[in-house]
Design a protein around this ligand. Structure first.
Ligand SMILES: O=c1[nH]c(=O)c2[nH]c(=O)[nH]c2[nH]1
Length: 300
């Protein structure tokens, strides 16, 4: 039998690097905290087929590159998007056998404590995410997808769910007043890989998502994420589409009648599983197809 080697990629995963920006010990410091993964494709078949490693840039060198770029890439390091673009450009432009690079970053947010110049606290509201993909075909500049995951939001009313399809397994009672909660995962694809203010653009989208969740009256989580996606596109003109993935974190009203207590949507069991999983993409037009930008490796 003869077989064919299909898509293959390799690199160092989860290089966790923290960069402190400081002029001196006394100056006001800033930090970024990134978990970076590198995946390279190209002329690497021999490494698999014959065991010849002549073309293999070691994953150890990939790790070293991430760490060195945390210093060398200057202000690009201040945003995970520009850091990932700098890394992708380096691997594709400077390592001849690399045909494409996918850089993914988890950026952990830190907040200054008060106005203290050197002290920070980790903020666990969400983890910011970035995927940058770059091929060596000049017509395909790096694509940039920003995002966040684990952003938990809840509203205590202004949420209804009724009028749904009934079959013989349907037992859910309709409601015109319920808690709605979710942990938002959102990823949005940019039209360009250049932005003078990636961090500001990220904050703009998060603010739009949050405000839309809070302000929209909901007849289903589906309707809410459609609102959230639209508001994000309204706020961020450079975003071509946004993908939302939102678990419905069910809150069930606990029956307190055995204790002669009323419960007018006051005491809930916060269930963790199973959960409804509601997902949607909101695009600027039907023609937008950004699928390759999200692909973890097969599309180039
Ligand atoms: O917002 C909701 N969407 C659903 O599709 C659904 N299904 C369900 O059981 N509860 C809910 N809530």
């Amino acid at each position: 039998m003869s077989y064919v080697l299909g898509h293959n990629q390799y690199g160092k995963a989860e290089v966790h690097v923290v960069r402190v920006f400081r002029e001196s010990r006394e100056s006001r410091h800033d930090i970024v905290d990134y978990n970076v993964s590198v995946a390279l494709s190209g002329d690497f078949a021999d490494a698999h087929i014959t065991g010849d490693q002549a073309n293999v840039l070691t994953t150890d060198a990939c790790k070293n590159t991430v760490n060195a770029f945390a210093k060398e890439a200057g202000d690009a390091v201040r945003a995970p998007e520009s850091f990932a673009v700098a890394l992708a450009d380096h691997f594709v432009d400077d390592v001849p056998q690399v045909a494409s690079a996918t850089i993914t970053v988890e950026a952990f947010p830190w907040q200054r404590i008060g106005d203290q110049p050197h002290a920070f606290r980790r903020v666990d509201d969400y983890v910011r995410t970035v995927t940058v993909r770059r091929g060596n075909d000049g017509d395909r500049p790096a694509s940039v997808v920003s995002g966040l995951t684990g952003y938990v939001v809840l509203k205590t009313t202004d949420s209804e769910f009724h009028g749904f399809y009934q079959d013989r397994y349907t037992t859910l009672q309709p409601t015109n007043d319920r808690v709605m909660a979710t942990a938002v995962t959102a990823r949005w694809a940019h039209e360009s890989n250049e932005n003078a203010d990636w961090n500001g653009a990220f904050d703009t989208v998060v603010d739009a998502l949050t405000t839309a969740f809070a302000d929209s009256y909901s007849y289903a989580l589906q309707q809410t994420i459609w609102e959230m996606g639209q508001k994000a596109l309204d706020a961020a003109p450079g975003v071509a589409e946004i993908r939302l993935s939102c678990p419905n974190k069910h809150h069930f009203v606990i029956d307190l009648s055995p204790f002669d207590l009323s419960n007018d949507n006051e005491v809930f069991h916060a269930d963790d599983r199973p959960y409804g999983l509601i997902e949607a993409t909101v695009k600027r037009s039907a023609d937008v197809d950004m699928s390759a930008a999200y692909d973890p490796g097969q599309a180039w």
